[in-house]
Design a protein around this ligand. Structure first.
Ligand code: AMP
Length: 615
């Protein structure tokens, strides 16, 4: 196990460059921080006013891309080209987000509901990874401008409840933005580090992190022991935050204005006034303004009555998180407040009452996560000698999947010992054998990585494609030995091998592999997206053929001809290298065949009913 420093310009190994930035990649806002003289410093805009970069991307008609405040201005005039809340899409399929699709002003592809979502702007398709990379690139540029030097290494935070796919997506976004992501850190862990909790190995504590932002609420219970942060439980509401409080104020005013006989002002403008009122009332007792001749007023008491039900809901989540962790309130040693909405005095008061202890609110609640990420980065850079660095895997380990793509099972920089499993299935009917090829490296195509071993899982009982459940498990022990297990879960057929990933590779070779992955990130991602689109396209062409075969009896000649035509167009696009063309032809074929598939279903059901004997 090793820690490697690489010089991205010369491609050589270099003396440890100690600058690693910490990034809080948020749903509504993102921030970047670094350490100066041992203390975290948030990098602010050139005017020095704010460290917050709105997590919004605008694709202008002239092809230019804006991120942050410049992009936010287009939310109203060009909603279809202005992408926000990308974090809600990370690692998600359309099925995962269908219930709240209406909240987005932009177009989300729904052609293949089980695959990862994509966002459509005109004829281009963007993955959440590409979109997040735009935000990360803007943050990277912000630091580079402020420090007048380039940065390549980062720590990025994610919510404690993010799963493997969401973490991997965040890592990929970093890489695409030209960043070597040394570690993905949980947001509550970062917040805790910002308060210096868990920084010394003797710190054995159980803490609660209460995070109420603009659109989401999370509470996490962490156990800290010997510098290791374990998430005991998480709870929350992905649609509860400051925005809901603003909305409650708007409703209150709308009722009042109605009674006063005034005509209703634009709701969007009223919402901005409501947010202003809420913020003012965190410091004062009364808010008054006049808007288009209408007096608007709110007292702190009124505000507290309006928002109490929301605060109650967050406390319900805290109760659930404690119960999941098997703890009582008096077993919590520290409570940390994160997110702009925790500035509200009622929120602080109620949370403090609930946990029966004062809460930590000394730091800026918008900045604690980024500050903690910078501290974690500083630890990784080796600047805090007092802290133990745990052994980590220097390169990612994974297997080859369809199209020669690398599917990472243990990401690089994972603490060892560790074990991860992932499920796969077959792509061919009656497939009996499965080849498992194990690779090491950071590139998206296995041909650019280092092959460690290959073996075959035999005697899978014959089943249609997609039915077998194949689990591939990687177990890496503290001595650096990797065991790979392949198992068909329905039949329990299993085989395994043992590999030493570090055997025959030196630090220089590892550094080169890392370097290449960043250098070729853009190209690799494009190739990966193209390969995925081709695989998807091939499957569509096959299913179209099958569909025609099975339904010739009732399909009209025109319909068959049209399917053949669309399928041929898709087939020819697959031969080319334009991902977006493949994607739009998949969509066209899908659009045409979906209603036919519904009809096929009705025909089959009707047929089955006819054949049924009713006794
Ligand atoms: P975040 O997502 O953490 O940036 O949180 C932003 C949310 O915090 C927004 O809903 C803001 O309206 C809210 N917020 C910011 N400052 C204050 C304040 N002084 N009082 C109440 N809410 C605030």
């Amino acid at each position: 196990m090793a820690k490697i420093a690489i010089d991205l310009k010369s491609g050589s190994i270099k003396k440890e460059d100690n600058l690693i930035i910490g990034i809080d990649l948020g749903t509504t806002n993102s921030l970047v921080a670094h350490i100066v003289d041992g203390e975290p410093v948030i990098v602010r805009d050139p005017a020095g006013k704010t460290g917050l970069v709105p997590s919004i991307i605008h694709f202008a008609l002239d092809g230019s891309i804006q991120v942050g405040n410049d992009a936010r201005e287009h939310l109203v005039d060009e909603p279809g080209r202005t992408i926000f809340s990308v974090k809600r899409l990370m690692g998600k399929s359309y099925n995962d987000i269908a219930a709240f699709e209406h909240q987005f002003g932009y177009q989300i592809l729904n052609d293949d509901q089980d695959r990862l979502v994509k966002v459509r702007v005109d004829d281009s398709f963007y993955t959440p990874i590409e979109l997040s990379a735009h935000i990360l690139r803007a943050l990277k540029e912000r630091v580079e401008q402020s420090l007048a030097k380039s940065v390549e290494k980062a720590v990025i935070t994610v919510p404690a409840y993010f799963n493997d796919a969401q973490r991997q997506a965040t890592r990929d976004a970093g890489r695409l933005a030209g960043l070597d992501v040394l570690r993905i850190v949980n947001e509550p862990t970062a917040a805790s580090l910002a308060y210096g909790i868990g920084l010394t190995p003797e710190d054995h504590k159980t803490i609660a992190v209460y995070d109420l932002g603009g659109g989401t609420f999370d509470v996490s219970i962490l156990r800290i022991e010997d510098g290791v942060f374990e998430v005991l439980s998480t709870n929350g509401d992905t649609f509860l935050g400051g925005d809901d409080l603003d909305q409650a104020i708007v409703e209150h005013w709308v009722k009042q204005i109605g009674q006063g006989g005034h005509s209703l002002p634009d709701r969007q403008r009223l919402r901005l006034e409501a947010e202003q009122a809420k913020k003012v009332l965190s410091a004062e007792r009364r808010f008054f303004t006049e808007y288009q001749g209408i007096p608007l007023e709110l007292t702190r008491d009124e505000l507290e009555a309006l928002i109490a039900p929301f605060v109650d809901r967050t406390l319900e989540s805290c109760r659930a998180a404690l119960s999941d962790a098997g703890l009582k309130t008096d077993m919590i040693d520290e409570v940390i407040m994160v997110g702009g909405s925790t500035r509200i005095p009622l929120v602080k008061q109620r949370v403090s009452d609930f946990f029966q202890r004062p809460v930590h609110d000394e730091l800026n609640p918008d900045e604690v996560v980024a500050a903690g990420a910078a501290i974690q980065a500083d630890i990784l850079a080796g600047n805090r000698k007092d802290l133990l660095l745990l052994d980590i895997t220097p390169l990612s380990l994974g297997i080859e999947t369809v199209g020669g793509l690398m599917d990472v099972i243990i990401p690089r920089n994972t603490k060892v010992p560790c074990g991860y499993a992932r499920n796969y299935t077959t792509s061919v009917d009656g497939q009996k054998n499965l080849k498992v090829a194990v690779y090491q490296g950071e590139r998206d195509l296995v041909e650019n990585n280092r092959k460690l071993a290959e073996f075959i899982l035999r005697d899978i009982p014959p089943m249609p494609a997609g039915i077998p459940k194949l689990e591939i498990r990687f177990q890496l022990n503290a001595d650096g030995i990797l065991q790979v297990f392949a198992k068909e879960l329905r039949s329990e057929t299993m085989t395994s091998i043992e590999i030493r990933p570090q055997y025959g590779i030196d630090e220089e070779e590892m550094a080169r592999m890392l370097l290449d992955s960043i250098r070729f990130a853009e190209q690799d991602m494009q190739l990966k997206a193209l390969t995925e689109a081709r695989t998807e396209g091939r499957m569509m062409v096959q299913s179209a053929d099958k569909f025609i075969d099975q339904n010739t009896s009732w399909l009209s000649e025109e319909e068959i001809a049209r399917i053949r035509e669309l399928s041929a167009e898709l087939h020819s696009a697959i031969q080319g290298d334009q991902k977006d063309i493949i994607q739009s032809r998949i969509e066209s074929l899908n659009e045409f065949t979906t209603p036919l598939a519904h009809r096929a279903m009705e025909v089959h059901v009707a047929g089955a009913m006819k054949g049924q004997v009713i006794k």
